[in-house]
Design a protein around this ligand. Structure first.
Ligand code: NAD
Ligand code: IPM
Ligand code: MN
Length: 354
């Protein structure tokens, strides 16, 4: 019998609502399989915790998480706590602290999912974005000088290390080779003449070791246009931290919406736990109403199952989500249905049990 020990940080806003459904589905699957069991430990960290204690998580937070098999996170951030504090001291602290340098975000239009683009079918939108997740534009380097004076200056430094670029680009090449799919690098070398030119050079350099992989390079502005006009040209995509953040919300928009977009923060060496989360935020505009779509969180359970060595369940779970979308019986309002968040996990389990 295998045991999976999962740390859960449900977080803020709709985080706890969607995570409850993901836990329900994960436990249900463990029950059906009988070959593994899962236990969750909940950590009450987030904005409410901050308002009580003055910190987003305890100082030894990472230490308390480090022995789990994975971390399952809902969403972080809420009006009342500045975003740079709530995100910087919890989500980004975990990504950086556990060297989760790969952010794997599938952009895949499942059958039955709504798409705002004309003349598009599911096979036209099926890519995996490999986002650099540890440095780049998100490196925590900068300064705010002469605050409140006329000389006020804010500096925010991008950090593109050879080590950092090489490891994410190599990961993407390996993935493209394994899946026999093309690889597109998205950057901005025409304007960012140090960081992005360096990125492009490393992309070309490593490419010499992968003559079997078809490669493309695009500037991020043109790439954004092609995400809308011709998403079928993208298979595996590798890009920087900030560009990956923006492009994957765009990706979510063309592939069913924020309620259907999942992401995995991976430390591929497994020295530290990896973290699985929907890519959406805490959605304060709909929090507390029980109408958030938990399918992104449930999809991230599928990614977690894959990572934990249960690829068959990972695939079955994704197929069950697709069946739910095609049948249209139990869907939340963002997908045109009337169901409550808390009904979705049960509906997915019902499909899995058929
Ligand atoms: P958001 O992703 O929370 O919401 C954007 C829009 O999408 C909203 O209209 C929201 O209602 C909708 N939406 C998002 N998830 C949904 C779901 N599951 N079902 C139905 N509709 C959904 O982005 P935002 O409003 O820019 O950010 C809100 C807060 O969340 C901010 O504090 C932000 O910093 C934070 N944030 C956190 C994360 C994270 O924890 N990973 C990610 C993004 C934003
Ligand atoms: C995401 C989020 C985070 C990011 C924020 C909340 C710091 O937008 O996971 O996409 O930019 O990485
Ligand atoms: Mn984002």
């Amino acid at each position: 019998m295998k045991y999976f020990d999962i740390a859960v940080i449900a977080g803020d806003g709709i985080g706890p609502e969607v995570i409850a459904e993901g836990k329900k589905v994960f436990s249900g699957i463990a029950h059906m399989d009988g070959g593994f069991s899962v236990s969750f430990e909940d950590f009450p960290w987030g904005c409410e915790y901050y308002l009580k204690t003055g910190e987003m998580m305890p100082e030894d937070g990472l230490d308390r998480l480090k022995d789990f098999d994975a971390i399952y996170l809902g969403a972080v951030g809420y009006p009342g706590v500045p975003d740079h504090i709530s995100l910087g001291d919890l989500l980004l602290r975990i990504r950086r602290g556990f060297d989760e340098y790969i952010n794997l975000r599938p952009i895949r239009l499942l059958k039955g999912a709504p798409c705002p683009l004309a003349d598009i079918s599911p096979q036209d939108i099926n890519m995996i974005v490999v986002r650099e997740n540890s440095e780049g534009e998100y490196a925590n380097v900068g300064a705010h000088l002469y605050t409140g004076t006329e000389r006020e200056v804010a500096l925010q430094t991008g950090v593109f290390s050879r080590h950092g670029c090489e490891r994410v680009i190599r990961y993407a090449y390996e993935l493209a080779r394994r899946e026999k799919r093309s690889l597109t690098s998205i950057s901005k070398g025409n304007a960012l003449r140090y960081s992005m030119v360096f990125w492009d050079e490393i992309f070309a350099e490593i490419g010499k070791e992968y003559p079997d992989v078809e490669i493309h390079s695009l500037l991020v502005d043109a790439a954004s246009m092609f995400f809308v006009k011709d998403p079928g040209r993208f298979e595996i995509v590798v890009t920087s931290n900030l560009f990956g953040d923006i492009l994957t919300d765009l990706g979510a928009a063309i592939a069913g919406g924020m309620g259907l977009a999942a992401g995995a923060n991976l430390n591929p060496e497994r020295k530290y736990p990896s973290m699985f989360e929907p890519i959406h935020g805490s959605a304060p505009d709909i929090a507390g109403q029980g109408i958030a779509n938990p399918l992104a969180s449930i999809w991230s359970v599928s990614q977690m199952l894959e990572f934990l060595g249960e690829p068959v369940w990972a695939e079955r779970l994704l197929t069950a989500i697709e069946t739910l979308l095609v049948e249209r019986r139990t869907l939340t309002p963002d997908l045109g249905g009337h169901a409550k968040t808390a009904e979705i996990g049960d509906a997915v389990l019902e499909i899995l049990k058929r």
